[in-house]
Ligand binder design. Sequence first.
Ligand code: WT7
Length: 587
Amino acid sequence: MMTPPSQPTASPTADAVEWERKPANIDANLPDYDAAYKSFDWKDVECFFDWSSTGKVNIVHEAIDRHTKGMKRDKIALYYTDYAGRDEKYTFEDLKIQTSRFAGVLKRAGVKKGDRVGTFLPRTPELYIAILGIHRVGAIPVPLFEAFMEQAVEDRLGNSEAKVCVTSPALKGRIPKPKLPALKTLILVGQIEGLADDEMSYELEMSEALDWVEPEWLTLDDGLIIHYTSGSTGKSKGALHRQYAMVGHYQTAKWALDLREEDIYWCTADPGWVTGTSYGIYGPWTLGVTSVVIGGRFDPDRWFETIQRYKVSMWYSAPTAYRMLMSAGEVIPKKYDLGSLRHICSVGEPLNPEALKWIKKITGHAPHETWWMTETGMQLICNYRSKDFPIGCTGKPFPGTSATVVDDQGKEVLPGTLGHLVVKPGWPAMMKEIWNNKAKYDEYFRIPGWYLSGDTAYKDAQGYIWYQGRADDVIKTAGERVGPFEVESALVAHPAVAEAGVIGKPDAVRGAIIKAFIALRKGYQPSDQLKKEIADFVKTHMAAHAAPREITFVDKVPKTRSGKIMRRVLRAWDQGLPVGDISTMED
Ligand code: WT7
């Protein structure tokens, strides 16, 4: 475990001085953080859900169906464009019908309550309809990011034992069916002809399905969704959440995202990652708020155009995106009217003051940090619209939760002292389990009384928490979480690679890039061509975002005598720093 140094690595005061104080936004949904922190109780939120009076639980009822019984029936739930011909809108009533139809399709495919169903699709309305349709039959969605290649797909569908996967003709080739015995059926969006025996056409089946399928009624403790995420050791692991998580999504979307009835909300995250479901589906739609989704690749012009075109008022994105927009220059945002914006939030990695100030300059609004993890299911440490905050800080714990900084024994450390960022268990969206892996789940709770995030941080005298980095070897690249072990496993599958060690190398735009140290097998000569071949190999087997952007050939990868890769030594090599104590290193 980490031994925290006694001094903080950064001083909050330097940057805070030039931070312009903001007016008290007392019109915020959370007007007085301190008062709420003292008195708020999660039980008070339950009355906003129909299940609190009926006892019948299903997220699709709370996010979609119940709105169709009142004023919101014909309200736009989803605006979609891919800037390449598709330009659509769906009301809550439309989504009720579409997700009912899809529930019928799933029933025909034999899907039952509790079954896992993969979604492997580009960001299109069908992806949202599929996820909600899966909820309607009481099954558990396992969203896969569309950039995943065969190995990543096999790991996730294999571990979750998904029975059905909803995918497209372009992506289905990356699903190794023979290696996935539990996978019985593929539902193909966009393929009507040439179907194999184990394939169904989304379009054909939808056209014959019924417009209303009653949700399968569940309990608050039943499964909601599994998101796979990476740790520093082993393959990706599935964080299973429970239906009760919706209480957390709803309230954080109300108080941290500050969402209201009239908002046009744009969450830029893909539902392949937790932000794209917790805050791309559950938070906004349990509140009945209009959401914007855009397909296609990242493009600065399209992004600012989206804000103008839909009059986006609340924008939730990530530091890498803000930095990429910044590096594209000020000419682009100046072409568009961004006046509809009233609040912006950020997630995934720390937002550097420079990017924060740039976004504030071009929009008039500073992005507010929200800190959380796949495992936490919901935002936990945030800056709030009504509350001033020193620039660069991560924020304060959400009302009803308790987060702090402790030493190895779980004792709170003094202000300004670096330690483990921990959360008191029991918040509504805390993961229920790591799928099929009790030992991994228990590792999060190895400091008694706390959920151990794996992040390091310190608290200042005012109680603000300042994120300082990961305590483990997990890499955050462009906001995405990559486990070094997974990349190393992909690398050693290449015939030229004898050994590989992977680290995150600090990068101004992406936060970190993936760097690999590789020892070659006998008979292979180092060359730039070989570097490219090896990087492409990871791209085609795992995912583009997991491929090393930098490769250094070494004679030997440093390991302990028990065979563990010493990534600390690799980091020192990379930065040209002394390697420190290497007494545990093998000869
Ligand atoms: C890790 C979790 C949950 C949404 C997306 C990320 C880092 C997350 C912040 C923030 C600094 C942050 C942490 C955390 N992280 N938000 N506001 N400031 N770091 O989910 O992929 O599970 O990654 O992302 O290191 O442990 P994830």
